[in-house]
Design a protein around this ligand. Structure first.
Ligand code: ADP
Length: 480
């Protein structure tokens, strides 16, 4: 990238939309790596304000053969933050594209631009009888989180599955609308997924095949009653039974959201958080069923707190923050937890293998991760997201980012754990930037059939290899 090419980009976007000063760029490194490591600092940050400006950046990158790295809010903490994989990349930050373009109260959906944060969407839907699902940190983008296969805690918490319809700028500068949006004047772009096949939405998630500039997101109707539930069990060996009691309640949708499971705080057993939502009489019946089900575990306790759906913001103000997250009310408390554990400059890596949801499988996976993590000198404090058939074993490796030795130990542990877990049959659902090649290497069934498929698509869609090279271990031909 030459000064002349930067000047050209500044002319296209306006000079305030292209950052090159060192102190500005420092903000776009991974905040959870050691401060002295600068291998993933971008060369410049471009902040397009419209779809046409995104296209202009893409055309510019093709012309000058500059790698781009797209983020929406760039808050992908514990997985690398906003940092690019390739030194010298121009970071495309979509923070300025922050409009909520539509909220449909009848059909419970919104159409958002990539810069829309969970805080923003909440402000748009509150008081309108709709709840949006969100992860524990409200400052991230709705689009970035869904594209990374992120999770939240309402019944729409599988964010990738609750995205409906995208608009995507391709590496050529062409604009594509997916699903029903491919039909001009479509009346159901955010109401119906897939359209006329093949369905391409999944190709733009955890990939580097396009820049998503609009996305539909499904919301839930505000329930009459919402009950936050917490089951605690006394012993570590309770895990198997706990999971086997939980699974049927998820499969038959008595429990409609994605529970969060973890070691109980200050006790050897487990804690399980989930929630019930709906009409009061139905929720009461569900609560009865749940209470009976968990009572088979000796010593297990179920604590519940019921809220009127239209009064959670008020009534849960002083409650456990998780009561608010399960009701789609955003917060930032989770950042404080990291600081409490590892100091003002605390950071973490999330190591996140996926298992199947049987009691025995869950116990095996948890025992394996516990022993590996402890062998590497870290505390075992997972937050396990549970779906009706699987669990995402999100394991934070916590460290002080000002202590290079500690940070290195965490990165080394992650690197050692990936192949060990893969050998046992467990793959990661999402990877930190530094380990995308390593993780992609483990998905090597059929002599790397998946990699060859992805590379073929990459070469066809992005012949100059400008879009997020190395993302997900997918490299363009020129960099392989
Ligand atoms: P967050 O919502 O947490 O702020 P990011 O903006 O950091 O998430 O996005 C997480 C990852 O998702 C990015 O590293 C990038 O690979 C991908 N991504 C985010 N936004 C887009 C987008 N609009 N188009 C394509 N990929 C994106």
């Amino acid at each position: 990238m030459t000064p002349a090419s930067v000047a050209e980009l500044s002319r296209a976007l306006g000079s305030s939309a292209v950052l090159t000063a060192e102190e500005d760029l420092r903000e776009y490194r991974d905040p959870y790596s050691y401060a002295g490591w600068d291998d993933a600092t971008p060369a410049a940050v471009a902040m397009p304000g419209s779809v046409d400006e995104v296209r202009a950046v893409v055309r510019w990158a093709n012309e000058h053969r500059v790698p781009l790295w797209t983020v929406s809010q760039g808050r992908n903490l514990a997985y690398g933050g906003p940092a690019p994989r390739v030194r010298g990349s121009v970071l495309v930050s979509l923070r300025r594209m922050d409009r909520v373009l539509d909220v449909n109260e009848e059909l419970a959906y919104a159409l958002v631009e990539p810069g829309v944060r969970f805080f923003d969407l909440y402000e748009h839907v509150r008081g309108r009888g709709l709840w949006a699902s969100l992860p524990v940190l409200g400052w991230g983008s709705v689009v970035g989180n869904a594209l990374e296969h992120g999770w939240g805690y309402t019944p729409n918490g599988d964010h990738a599955s609750n995205a409906c319809g995208m608009e995507v700028v391709l590496a050529t500068g062409e604009v594509l609308r997916t699903g029903m949006g491919a039909l001009p004047g479509s009346r159901s772009w955010q109401a119906h997924k897939r359209g006329f096949g093949p369905s391409s939405d999944g190709l733009f998630m955890q990939s580097n095949f396009g820049i998503v500039t609009k996305m539909g997101v499904w919301l839930m109707p505000q329930p009459e009653r919402y009950v936050a539930c917490l089951v605690t069990t006394p012993r570590q060996e309770d895990l198997e039974t706990l999971v086997d009691v939980l699974r049927p309640l998820l499969l038959d949708r008595t429990i409609p959201n994605h529970p969060l499971l973890g070691p109980a705080i200050g006790a050897p057993g487990w804690s399980l958080r989930f929630a019930l939502y709906g009409r009061a009489s139905v929720v009461d019946a569900q609560q009865e069923i749940v209470s009976t089900a968990f009572s088979v575990i000796p010593g297990a306790e179920l604590a519940t707190r019921a809220y009127a759906g239209d009064a959670v913001a008020e009534d849960a103000r002083d409650a456990d923050p998780f009561h608010r997250f399960q009701a789609g009310i955003p917060g930032m408390e989770a950042l404080e937890v990291v600081k409490m554990r590892a100091g003002e400059h605390g950071g973490l890596l999330d190591f996140s293998p996926v298992g199947a949801l049987s009691g025995r499988e869950a116990a095996q996976l948890c025992d394996l991760v516990r022993s590996l993590v402890e062998r590497h000198g870290f505390d075992y404090t997972p937050g396990v997201i549970v779906t009706p058939r699987s669990l995402l074993h999100i394991t934070p490796l916590v460290f002080d980012t000002t202590d290079e030795e500690q940070v290195r130990r965490a990165f080394d542990a992650y690197e050692a754990l990936v192949p060990e877990l893969a050998r046992a049959g467990y793959g990661l659902y999402r990877a930190h930037l530094r380990f995308m090649d390593l993780v992609a290497d483990t998905y090597d069934w059929g002599d790397h059939a998946q990699r060859r498929f992805n590379q073929r698509l990459k070469d066809a869609l992005d012949p100059n290899g400008i879009l997020s090279p190395g993302k997900q271990g997918i490299w363009p031909r020129s960099m392989r």
